[in-house]
Design a protein around this ligand. Structure first.
Ligand SMILES: [Zn+2]
Length: 62
């Protein structure tokens, strides 16, 4: 399994060549800080990264 993070929406995806969420090719395997967002409304990090959907995200994507 190869995990990559999307530079556009910060989602972490597995075995994908395009991001299934924002449909861009901006995936990178160079990312740091895994964040699991359960409730975006109550999460300060989610607000900071403008995350509106629950899921797994990378804090920083290069
Ligand atoms: Zn994306």
């Amino acid at each position: 399994m190869k995990e990559k993070a999307c530079r556009n929406c910060h989602r972490i995806v597995t075995n994908q060549s395009i991001c299934p969420y924002c449909k861009t090719h901006t995936l990178s395997d160079d990312f740091a800080g895994l964040i699991i967002i359960i409730d975006p409304q109550k999460s300060e990090i989610a607000k900071k990264l403008q995350i509106t959907q629950p899921g797994r995200y990378a804090f920083r994507v290069r």
